[in-house]
Design a protein around this ligand. Structure first.
Ligand code: SAH
Length: 368
């Protein structure tokens, strides 16, 4: 390829990662300079935040304290990492999937004489086990927003105990995350997060503050987990709750009565309830490894058809029409005593939804 053409291309698509030792230590502006050393991969969410004022604001909002252990996800070339390393925090663990970025952020911490405060973990942040941390601060790859938040709040059998997560997210996702019941954006993700944490918007960030410029704007959000003993509903079986909200919010604009009347749903619940009964009989819980922990929703709350009432009960696994009809009547009974059959899940508080879940569970109707 002609050199001139290739250099025009590289100006558009290639990130400049220059931070020679001298430049890195001389001024903050130089630290955010570029030298076109390698290409950024958009599918990996490689949009580097380059506005120093925004980076400073994120570090300020994180309010790091002396002794804090910080978790960063997707440090990239380290624009945010250097601020976390220069804060009163004791240590930063940064999880990065791209070896080139691992090298870049490591070299940058070295250049600043701060490498003793940094551990870079090479791997997929959704998969790797996180070290213990007090605060998570990150401009994350937006493609993993939902599984990452699920992991922080519900993952690892709920063993991540941290003070706060300050995350830069896609603006629309952030709006959905902080939505309240009755808001048009209210959804399963928000309901699930609300169960265990408080989430609030801190500020919006323009797409122009990133290189390469993404298509979407961003928002900084703070998620503060409630201590386990002060949870909205102590004693809630979280895997069961997550499976329940999955059932409710698949069609969040239908009424609960309509959702739980669908034959496919009745059948699925019938099977799950039988399985749960079997597990109980075997005295083998195993509930914490539910697949419903994998995602919190937020990407899949559209009006997905879940079968309709004309379906037959074929494939009921050897159970009779009568057994299933009796099960359906139990569902109807729970809905009736909740007085929520005519309501849409997106308008209900977690307390109301939880009341319905308990009425279901009391009648042996199980969601996972
Ligand atoms: N935080 C940096 C970079 C953001 S770009 C900044 O603000 O400038 C997102 C970063 O996340 C990239 O470095 C990308 O390689 C990394 N990344 C993408 N998917 C990841 C995953 N699954 N686990 C860990 N890091 C990931």
């Amino acid at each position: 390829m002609n050199r001139a053409v290739s250099s025009i291309r590289s100006r558009r698509h290639v990130a400049r990662l220059g931070f020679s030792r001298a430049a890195a230590s001389s001024s903050q502006a130089a630290v955010e300079a570029w030298d076109g050393r390698f290409r950024l991969h958009k599918p990996r969410g490689q949009h580097l935040l380059t506005n120093p004022r925004v980076l400073d604001a994120i570090a300020r909002h994180a309010a790091l304290r002396p002794g804090d252990a910080v978790l960063e996800v997707g440090p990239g070339t380290g624009n945010l990492t250097v601020r976390l390393l220069s804060s009163p925090a004791a240590h930063v663990s940064a999880v990065e999937i791209d070896l080139r970025m691992v090298e870049a952020v490591t070299a940058r911490a070295d250049a600043l004489g701060l490498s003793h405060k940094l551990t870079v973990i090479t791997g997929d942040a959704v998969e790797v086990e996180f070290p213990e941390f007090d605060v998570c601060v990150a401009n994350i790859p937006y493609g993993i927003s939902s599984p990452l938040i699920a992991k922080l709040l519900f993952g690892g059998r709920g063993h991540y105990r941290f003070r706060a997560a300050t995350l830069l997210l896609q603006k629309e996702f952030a709006r959905r995350l902080v939505a309240a019941p009755g808001d048009p954006e209210y959804n399963r993700l928000a309901a699930n997060v609300r169960m265990v944490a408080d989430a609030r918007l801190l500020m919006d960030v323009s797409k122009r503050d990133f290189v390469p410029m993404p298509k979407v704007d961003s928002s900084l959000v703070e998620i503060v987990p409630r201590p386990a003993d002060a949870a909205a509903a102590p004693g809630v079986d979280l895997p069961e709750w997550l499976a329940f909200t999955r059932a409710c919010f698949g069609q969040k604009n239908k009424t609960l009565g309509a959702i739980f009347k669908q034959k496919r749903k009745v059948l699925e619940l019938f099977r799950r309830s039988r399985d749960a009964e079997g597990r109980h009989d075997d005295d083998d819980s195993g509930s914490s490894s539910s697949s419903s922990l994998v995602a919190l929703g937020g990407d899949d709350d559209g009006e997905i058809s879940d079968g309709d009432s004309n379906e037959s009960y074929d494939g009921a696994g050897g159970f009779s029409e009568e057994e299933i009809a009796a099960f359906k009547a139990k569902i109807g009974g729970a809905l009736e005593s909740s007085e929520l059959a005519g309501k849409r899940p997106s308008k209900l508080s977690n307390e109301e939804l939880l009341r319905l879940l308990r009425l279901f569970n009391d009648r042996g109707i199980r969601f996972q």
